[in-house]
Design a protein around this ligand. Sequence first.
Ligand code: GAR
Length: 217
Amino acid sequence: MARLKVAVLISGRGSNLQALIDACVRPGFPAEISLVISNVAGVKGLERAQRAGIPARVIAHRDFAERADFDAAIDAALSKAGIELVCLAGFMRILGEAFVARWRDRLVNIHPSLMPAFKGLQTHERALAAGVRFTGCTVHFVRPAMDDGPIIVQAAVPVLPGDDAERLAARVLEAEHEAYPLALRLIAEGRVRVVAERVEIAGASEAPPGRMLNPQR
Ligand code: GAR
């Protein structure tokens, strides 16, 4: 079966991009990354793409007076490369409504919180301030509002005594690197459907039974 042609949009380090690259080279993985776009030049994620032999482009938002023109340049690059699914991976620009509508249900994002909690920036600082016992990450379809849209995969991690934002971010990031490839695989296998703004996944195996307590006792 033809593999799903994916573009990954980044703005920086690209560790989620790397997790997706690593997944896509596994034998039988149903997706391939055909294009990486960064809105910032010189970032580590671009190196990762280059090392993996994936075509990479910089489309710098600073080069466009209007957001719509930036979005249109990205859209043109995606269309030219025959992209079927767009993965935002630490892409720190908000895409306009027209772009989001055009790519509806073919545009996914990863956010470092258990949505709908802690949308926006500084998620880990805010999770610590709120005193939550669990946090995590969410892969979701993109809608016009920021960090909003039907949830595909979530991974939860405990908040531990002595955590600061950096330690917590590192724990969540490890979970991100598992959650994003899983979401991509489920989509590429054609098992993900959005019904009434909620995601249904065909044949998904549930997480192990039982509850997660934090603290344990
Ligand atoms: C990740 O933690 C991702 O969840 C977050 O940016 C980081 C990018 O890291 N995205 C957002 O906050 C989007 N709202 P990476 O460049 O190493 O993948």
